[in-house]
Design a protein around this ligand. Structure first.
Ligand code: PMV
Length: 325
């Protein structure tokens, strides 16, 4: 059966960085995120005995099969469904890939949801999240709705994401500022392996559970200022780990730093906006909905910002009736 899924990317407020189990992608720590309404992957999957080999087409480009993460993921689905048919996968992202906007999160979530259904599986949200996690860790958070917690867990079955609040819980917005469409030089799969080479990583793990508790408290209270301060601090801590890894990981471009300075200035001028960012140069500017157009207009005035994408909190993965082939 040909099946199509649409899934959002997500932005982590408390980040997943470092794995305690490489093969199962079990994270060193739990994380908290929000699904993004306008960073979307659409994926259609079909398994058929007619296909001689797997074919994966991402944004119109055929992926090489050798060592492909997507094909390894199809193998996981085939194993669960006890089938051997090859698959055709066509996937499209409506946003830049590999620049820090977490296309692997939405991508593996979409492949999981469309692939599982196409293979005849009827998995629960929890099981879909567990399966998505094995393709790309952060993908497990794109399955449930709204504001999401990934419970780190010590085993395959105990490491998955759940919805903490639905998408309409809090009117906050992520104004993504695209700084450059160049792909990052080291992807997150490689980067995670370097986490423990930073002298500050152990300290991070020591403090992370208290930080998770705190961000959940501010979410519960909808305390935007305290929430903003904490998530900005967390993003800078992640980059402190990157910068002090061996070899160092430098994702910050001049445009990224400029946006950081401007966000601080806008705050001094009375506009409540905070930044966060992932493995890459693009920036996520978090503000309340009433300030979204203003933040977007200000960001677009910066020469180094190519464009902005306004995202509201979003539902998670869903099956749709349209098809990409
Ligand atoms: O899921 P991965 O392997 O792409 O790692 C994601 C890592 C960060 O984006 C930096 C943080 C996060 O929690 O999304």
């Amino acid at each position: 059966m040909k099946t199509t899924a649409i899934t959002p990317s997500n932005i982590a407020f408390i980040k997943y960085w470092g794995k305690k189990d490489e093969a199962l992608r079990l994270p060193e720590n739990g994380s908290i995120s929000m699904n993004l309404s306008n960073l979307l992957t659409t994926t259609t999957v079909e398994f058929s005995s007619q296909y001689k080999e797997d074919s994966v087409i991402i944004n119109g480009v055929q992926e090489p099969n050798e060592g492909s993460r997507a094909i390894k993921h199809l193998d996981r689905i085939r194993k669960l469904a006890n089938i051997s048919d090859k698959a055709k996968v066509v996937t499209e992202n409506n946003f830049p890939t590999g620049t820090g906007l977490s296309s692997s999160a939405s991508g593996f979530a979409a492949l999981t949801v469309a692939g599982a259904k196409a293979a005849g599986l009827n998995l629960s949200e929890k099981d879909l999240s567990i399966l998505a996690r094995q393709g790309s860790g952060s993908a497990c958070r794109s399955i449930p709705d709204g504001f999401v917690e990934w419970i780190d867990g010590d085993t395959n079955e105990t490491s998955y994401a759940i919805s903490v609040y639905p998408e309409n819980y809090w009117d906050i917005v992520d104004v993504v500022a695209v700084v450059s469409k160049d792909k990052k030089h080291v992807g997150s799969t490689q980067g995670h392996k370097l986490a423990t080479t930073s002298p500050f990583f152990e300290k991070r793990l020591e403090l992370i559970n208290d930080k998770i508790k705190l961000v959940k408290k501010y979410l519960k209270e909808r305390d935007f200022e305290k929430f903003g301060e904490l998530i900005e601090e967390e993003a800078l801590e992640l980059h402190a780990i990157y910068l002090t890894s061996k070899p160092s990981l430098i994702y910050l471009l001049p445009g990224t730093l400029l946006v950081m300075h401007m966000v601080k200035k806008w705050r001094e001028d009375g506009l409540p906006v905070y930044f966060t960012l992932n493995t890459g140069q693009d920036m996520h500017l978090i503000c309340e909905r009433k300030n979204a157009s203003k933040v977007s207009a200000l960001a677009e005035k910066i020469n180094e910002v190519q464009k902005t994408i306004i995202n509201f909190p979003s539902e998670g993965a869903r099956i749709v009736s349209k098809s990409l082939f």
